[in-house]
Design a protein around this ligand. Sequence first.
Ligand code: GDP
Ligand code: IMO
Ligand code: MG
Length: 421
Amino acid sequence: MKKVDVILGLQWGDEGKGKVVDVLTPRYEVVARFQGGPNAGHTLEFDGEKYVLRSIPSGIFQGGKTNIIGNGVVLDAILFRAEAEELAKSGHDLTRQLCISKKAHLILPTHRILDAAYEAAKGSAKIGTTGKGIGPTYTDKVSRNGMRVGDLLSPDFRAIYAAAKARHEAILRSLGYAYDIAELEAQWFDAVEYLKRFRIIDSEYFVNGALDEGRSVLAEGAQGTLLDVDFGSYPFVTSSNTVCAGVCTGLGVAPRRIGEVFGIFKAYCTRVGSGPFPTELFDETGDRLCTLGHEFGAVTGRKRRCGWLDMVALKYSIMINGVTQLIMMKSDVMNDFETIKVATAYRIDGRLTEEFPYETAAEIEPVYTELEGWRCDLRSCRRYDEFPEAFRRYVEFIERETGVPVKIISVGPDRDETIVR
Ligand code: GDP
Ligand code: IMO
Ligand code: MG
């Protein structure tokens, strides 16, 4: 029985999912996004060009594959149009390669404004969202007030929109939040007409049908496990299930149809937005990771917070997702480091633990294991046995700690800078 393989982030997002999906796509016939929305920024580099995708799956550049925006995704017609037109300019015919689920929810202009208004109302407890309306759109979905892509095809479309807008405006008035929506709304109505040019499908039938016919499917996660609404560092999370279970609800595939689970992580850690980050570095080393790793958000341009690899969090993410293979990214960023630290336990209130705690706001003191740096350039390595011994020790340490093999190692942003073991 063909199964859906899954690739998802094990940290706080931006692990390099876009790059690896692009690298793995030749093995698959269908690539599907199952959650999240344009809060994602997935970067791909090849042939000297760089692309950032937000809602469109990262399989789009490997010709002839079907790419699906699944029902679990929330879609902003305006941002989708900008993204699709940009790709069309570089010669990609998306109308043939891309399908959108009827059941994906639409981000309305007022959702974006609500996102800003709720953040403003939180004062110093801000989540630091991407401001793309993600939370309010998922809130409407769950409260059964959402508008879906399939509604665009309904004769009642304008009435459904007007009812949603009226509801949102009442909330904005109660929050005393000033806004001007006219221009955004005009753009949105144009953009939904553009959206209708794409194949709007029952993606659950498409995906299951593809599997029945023996075609291979790769599910592409957005964000990361520690931003999952159930298992992340709540409330500093996104509003979807970023974990493997999200593939079942976000594409309509049964749990027994999940195959390989590729868990992707950086050789260190980053986080953008607020919330706990036990191994965060506030010193020169943190700045070095940020500078050498170009750690600025692909969507918002915000500086990413940086720190050492956190094995407690990594093992937690591996457990939640049932990861079968690990993929380590951005190893090259630490090329010049003399020593490298990895947190292997936390000390909380004087007590040692290897579990990711419920109360992440508590003072967590990471307990570090120190490893020797490799102090050489990994970017030219193309085979595992070309890596220096100290680097191989780092990889094997992670494998020993997690019990999961590291099957792919990335040593640079380009498609070619990837070692598959
Ligand atoms: P995603 O959201 O998980 O797809 O990751 P992002 O694209 O937001 O962030 C990852 C960043 O790291 C991008 O700028 C990539 O081009 C870059 N990148 C990916 N892999 C590597 C790598 O192995 N080394 C280096 N130096 N950069 C990488
Ligand atoms: P990719 O797919 C990193 C973070 C935001 C914020 C929190 C909630 O590129 O890895 P939201 O707008 O979702 O309500 O914001 O989640 N966040 C991300 N951080 N990478 C992402 O996506 C993210 N998407 C959301 O910074 O802290
Ligand atoms: Mg990103």
